[in-house]
Design a protein around this ligand. Structure first.
Ligand code: URA
Length: 195
């Protein structure tokens, strides 16, 4: 099956998933959106209110920050793939539980296998922790490792992982927005070198 068909079929499957109790609470599951051909994947935490309403990732206030950051390095949403570790909204936007991450993360693993990105950008500590562990690295506080790169060797080549602060932090901590802007500039260099 062609890559695009595999990804779209998986997205359809996620839309009807009932593997964990969040499946009964959501309005819409949010599988992810963007290009199946991309070299760059962004992985957030879980959908919030607007994402749950629309079935699309990062379309609320944090999404506006992400759009601004993407624009600052000349990238459009349809040139990257954006998803979350947990695909359904936790009630009141609480943190996802370990059980929810365990139930849902196999979908992210398959998305990575299909897309085969060269760069993965975990946004925020939950995503950073899951992705670093998945590729054999030890998670550290996001304040210490944001903007640093980790090179994972996989069967389909090298993947550069660059954790960043979650864009939502920029809404209430302007200094961290500056960090995000700097990290995006670094990422631009990396993308230019791997693509
Ligand atoms: N925060 C996330 O982590 N993901 C979204 O899709 C929206 C907000």
């Amino acid at each position: 099956m062609a890559k695009e068909e595999q990804l779209r079929k998986l997205e359809e499957k996620i839309r009807t998933c009932k593997k964990c109790p969040l499946g009964e609470l959501r309005t819409n599951a949010v599988p992810g959106a963007g290009s199946y051909k991309t070299k760059v994947m962004f992985v957030g935490e879980a959908p919030g209110y607007w994402e749950d309403q629309k079935g699309l990732p990062f379309v609320g206030r944090a999404g506006k920050v992400l759009d601004e950051l993407l624009e600052s390095i000349g990238l459009r949403r349809d040139e990257v793939y954006i998803t979350n570790i947990v695909k359904c909204r936790p009630p009141n936007n609480r943190d996802p539980t370990d059980d929810e991450i365990k139930a849902c993360s196999p979908y992210l693993d398959i998305q990575v296998d299909i897309i085969r990105p060269k760069v993965i950008v975990p946004l925020g500590r939950h995503s950073m922790s899951y992705i670093l562990k998945k590729f054999g690295f030890t998670p550290e506080p996001i304040s210490k490792i944001h903007g640093k790169t980790f090179e994972a060797r996989t069967l389909f080549g090298k993947i550069v992982i660059m954790p960043m602060y979650h864009p939502a932090v920029a809404l209430y901590r302007p200094v961290l927005k500056e960090e995000l802007k700097k990290d995006f500039q670094k990422m631009k260099e990396i993308i230019n070198n791997v693509v």
